[in-house]
Design a protein around this ligand. Sequence first.
Ligand SMILES: Cc1cc2nc3c(=O)[nH]c(=O)nc-3n(C[C@H](O)[C@H](O)[C@H](O)COP(=O)(O)OP(=O)(O)OC[C@H]3O[C@@H](n4cnc5c(N)ncnc54)[C@H](O)[C@@H]3O)c2cc1C
Length: 540
Amino acid sequence: MSTYDFIIVGAGSCGCVLANRLSAQSKHRVLLLEAGPSDRSFLKGFWTHLPIGYGKLFTDASVNWRYQTESEPNLQGRKMYWPRGKVLGGSSSINAMVWARGFPTDYYAWNQVARGWAWNDVEPVFRQIENWSGASSAARGHDGPQAVFDTRNDAHALSENFIRAATSLGYPETSDYNGTDFEGVGRYQLSISRGMRASTARSYLHPIKSRPNLTVITSAEVTELNWSNNRISGVSWQKKGRVHQAVAKNEVVLSAGAIGSPLLMQRAGIGSPELLSELGIPVRHANSNVGANLQDHLGADAAYKASVPTLNNELLGWPARAKAAARYVVSRRGPLSLSGNHAGGFVRSQPSEPIPDLQLYFSPMSYSRAPSNTRPMITLDDFAGFLVGFNPCRPTSRGRVQITSQDLRAAPSIEANYLSTEHDRQLMLRGMRIVRQLAAAQPLAKVIDNEMSPSASVQSDDELMAFVEQAAWTVFHPCGTCRMGDNPVDAVVDATLRVNGVPGLRVVDASVFPTVPSGNTNAPCIMVAERASGMILRNY
Ligand SMILES: Cc1cc2nc3c(=O)[nH]c(=O)nc-3n(C[C@H](O)[C@H](O)[C@H](O)COP(=O)(O)OP(=O)(O)OC[C@H]3O[C@@H](n4cnc5c(N)ncnc54)[C@H](O)[C@@H]3O)c2cc1C
């Protein structure tokens, strides 16, 4: 059995950052275990790195955990499809690449429950992370490891129609929603560099993978956290049907994501005593917060048939694809070099809101024919179309994640519990109304043939709500299932992310977020991992 100073479970957004920072000190021996394959394998590597490859990886079991929720009671009993990355880079290797830090108020709220996570604590870290390609600004970082691409000159021309539609309704325009003006609409910033996806595997791991004190093992699924003298002393994992073990002299760090981390803890006897007893698992540390507090952004959109060409026209048919491919090869630009979200931003659903409470998305493509139970993504409409969508920024519905058996292969139970609060339901209605207003505003109205969905027949609140229940989708931001907090009664980890009552174990991933940030979650994950690395290194 090998011994390391640190064992990191999961090479996702957070795990790759930790592997880099912890192994930067040559005295530390670091083992990074990832259940999925390398992101550089033949063919898969191609789609992982090509930004538009997002659609290809969306349901690909070789790089994706393809979770499913339980029947959601407030979404007409639908089981929602939840993709999660299972590959070096984790979900940052399969995500839609929108870069959003969240609002200062998000982190003031974190700081209320876990001291040391206020905006003043985290803002300098965001700057250190970023390699921002846009205009030089004191609010942005320009020489960090993580590329953030300014799409100002590359976003589809119709993005301008979307932005003008929004400003005509009185919403402000922002030139940098991650800088000083987080309110308003503009072009999205993306984790892309030189036309290729900038996952954390690419930004943090590959440049340092040959360090002699870092061992990276792929296709290695951690099956157990091992106990010794009432502390977590190491892990067991399976690779090609064989079981392996390693010992962690200092700590095991769970970075298996908001689903994976609580599941591993529950299997190790850390969790709700009722659940563990029911499944015949000895309770090693009772804490019912493990797997609870699950949060996610729920989104909805309207699809429009366009009277002018959209990205559909640039991606459909071999002549168009060949042209896009040639442009990409020559310049690393064009439709293949971007994700589907070209513009959007943060707006207030009503003037009385103190800060924005809706995130908007403009996607200059449409894909309304869905494979069953998945959010449609791969099959583009064979005519010009686009989507205008939104999600509430700070939903108040809470769900949970639980193992269902001692058997590793048994699917977990995921209850998102979407729309279980009136706050969330009202915001979905207001969001749908705002999408409609945007489409009716002249800059967009003049390029719309007709609304394909929900369609003109859907007008009343009840009809709109029924549409939301039948069509809303995850925005892929599950978090909160091992939340941090100063009070061990309602937290899983403390403010330094050590698991309360379980020596030798830390959690560093989206599961420690006490509340979901107002924007997308990848940037906050990277920030959390950067800060956690500092905390860990200071301890050892
Ligand atoms: C389809 C999709 C689109 C998204 N779009 C955006 C976006 O546009 N912008 C944005 O900011 N965010 C987006 N997100 C969310 C964002 O990518 C995630 O919040 C973030 O990557 C989560 O980071 P993490 O480190 O917590 O987990 P992950 O990055 O998911 O990493 C967890 C890693 O642990 C591994 N793992 C799990 N269990 C085990 C085990 N037992 N043994 C070994 N390894 C294990 C997994 O395979 C994975 O590699 C999207 C996510 C998805 C899935």
